[in-house]
Design a protein around this ligand. Structure first.
Ligand code: PLP
Length: 389
C-alpha cells in the first residue's frame, strides 16, 4: 500500500459528500439573490429552498410544512429542547426533560433546560432504553411544573443499536408528554415515518447523509405546538428560525435526502453484508474481540468493538497509521477521545473504550479487506508486546 492510500471507515462521523449533493450545492452558489426577496432572483432561490423542504420531508414521510431548516442537528436539538413552548399563541410549559443515557451530547446536554431539570433514562446492558425505568420516571413526574419531554435516539451513533421508538412513544404519550427523536444516524439507514414512530419532533443532519456540513432540520408532527425560537430576527422559517437561509447547503442536503430515501433496502443489504464480513473476519483473527450490540437490532453500517488490553485511543492511532480512518466512539469535539459514555451506560469496562467502524454507500469489499489486514497486524503486535498497538 502506498503511503497516501487511505480507507475511510468513519461514515457515522460524517459521510463523504455525494456527487449529486456537490453539484446541487455548487449550482445554488451561483444563483444570485436572497430567498426572501420578491424579485425574480429571490423567487428562484425561494423555489429551491421549498423544493429542498419537500425532499427532506419525504425522507421522513411527513408534510413539507413540518420541516424547519437549521444549521445542523445540534441547533435543531437546542431549538426543540426547551421548557418554553407555544400552542398556537398560548404559552405551554414543559416541566422536565428525560434523556436517554446514550444520547449524543447534542441532546444529552439538555438544550435550553436548566441542568436540574434534566434526568437520564438508563439503558439495559444490551444498550436499549429501559422502558420500565422510563415508566417509573414518568409516574414520578410532577405535572404541576409542566409536561414531561422525553428524548430517545432512533439509532445510536457509537453502537448502531436501534431503539424501540414506538414503544417509547406509547409510554410518553400515556403520560401526556412530548417525544423527541434524534434520527441523525438512522436517516438513510432505515425507513423513517415520523407518524409511525410516534415522534412529536424528529432531528436530522445533512452531513451524515452525504450532504454538506452545517445544515439540518427539526421536523415536527404538526404546526400548532412549537418551541419558542432559539434564533430570533427576520422571521424566516415561519419565525421558528430566523436568518437568511443557506440555499446552497439546503440544495446539497436535499440531494442527499433524495439519495438516502431511494433504494434503502438494497443499499443497506449490501452494506450489512460488508459489515457482517468485517465482523466475521475480526472473529476469525481473534476470539477476544467483543462486538457491542451484535445480539440486538442495529443499523447495517456500524460495528463497535473492543479488544482486551487495547485502549481505544491507542487503537485509533494504530489504525490511522495503517491508513484506516475509524473512530473511538463519537467524534464530536475536535481531536478529543473521551471515554465512551455509551459503553459506561451498558455496564461495559469503559476505561478500555471501543473502536467504531462505520460504512456507507461508497464502502467496498476491498475496504473491508484492508481493514482486516490492518486488524490482524494490530492484534499480532498487541500479542507480541502486551499492548504495543
Ligand atoms: N446526533 C447524533 C446521533 C449524531 O451522531 C450527531 C453528530 O455526530 C449529532 C446529533 C450532531 O449533528 P450535527 O453535526 O449536525 O450538529
Amino acid at each position: 500500500m502506498t503511503k497516501t492510500e487511505r480507507t475511510y471507515l468513519d461514515w457515522n462521523a460524517t459521510a463523504p459528500v455525494l456527487p449529486a449533493a456537490r453539484e446541487a450545492f455548487v449550482a445554488a452558489l451561483d444563483m444570485v439573490g436572497n430567498p426572501s426577496s420578491v424579485h425574480g432572483e429571490g423567487r428562484a432561490l425561494r423555489m429551491l429552498v421549498e423544493a429542498a423542504r419537500r425532499d427532506v420531508a419525504a425522507l421522513v414521510d411527513t408534510a413539507p410544512s413540518h420541516v424547519i431548516f437549521t444549521s445542523g442537528a445540534t441547533e435543531a436539538a437546542n431549538l426543540v429542547l426547551t421548557p418554553d413552548y407555544r400552542m398556537g399563541r398560548t404559552p405551554l410549559a414543559i416541566g422536565h426533560l428525560y434523556v436517554c443515557e446514550i444520547e449524543h451530547p447534542a441532546i444529552r446536554e439538555g438544550g435550553r433546560f436548566a441542568r436540574e431539570d434534566v434526568t437520564s433514562i438508563p439503558v439495559t446492558p444490551a444498550g436499549i432504553v429501559d422502558l420500565d425505568a422510563l415508566e417509573t420516571l414518568l409516574q414520578g413526574h410532577d405535572k404541576a411544573r409542566g409536561l414531561p419531554m422525553v428524548a430517545v435516539m432512533l439509532a445510536n451513533n457509537e453502537t448502531g443499536i436501534v431503539q424501540p421508538a414506538a414503544a417509547v412513544a406509547a409510554i410518553v404519550h400515556r403520560h401526556g408528554g412530548l417525544f423527541v427523536v434524534d434520527a441523525v444516524q438512522a436517516a438513510g439507514r432505515m425507513p423513517i415515518e415520523l407518524e409511525a414512530l410516534g415522534a412529536d419532533f424528529l432531528i436530522i443532519s445533512s452531513h451524515k447523509l452525504g450532504g454538506p456540513k452545517g445544515a439540518g432540520a427539526l421536523v415536527s408532527k404538526g404546526e400548532v405546538l412549537m418551541p419558542v425560537p432559539l434564533i430570533r430576527g427576520g422571521g424566516q422559517e415561519k419565525g421558528h428560525r430566523s436568518g437568511t437561509e443557506n440555499p446552497a447547503a439546503l440544495a446539497g442536503f436535499a440531494a442527499a435526502a433524495r439519495f438516502a430515501a431511494a433504494d434503502i433496502a438494497e443499499r443497506n443489504a449490501r452494506i450489512g453484508a460488508l459489515r457482517d464480513a468485517l465482523e466475521a473476519g475480526m472473529r476469525a483473527v481473534t476470539n477476544d474481540v467483543v462486538i457491542h450490540g451484535a445480539q440486538v437490532e442495529r443499523i447495517a453500517n456500524t460495528s463497535f468493538f473492543s479488544l482486551p488490553d487495547l485502549k481505544s485511543e491507542t487503537g485509533q492511532i494504530a489504525f490511522d497509521l495503517e491508513g484506516i480512518a475509524l473512530s473511538a466512539g463519537s467524534a464530536c469535539s475536535s481531536g478529543k477521545v473521551g471515554q465512551s459514555h455509551v459503553l459506561t451506560a451498558m455496564g461495559f469496562d469503559a476505561a478500555l473504550g471501543g473502536l467504531r467502524v462505520s460504512l456507507g454507500p461508497g464502502s467496498t469489499g476491498a475496504d473491508v479487506e484492508r481493514f482486516l489486514a490492518a486488524f490482524a497486524r494490530v492484534v499480532s503486535r498487541r500479542r507480541m508486546t502486551g499492548n504495543a498497538a
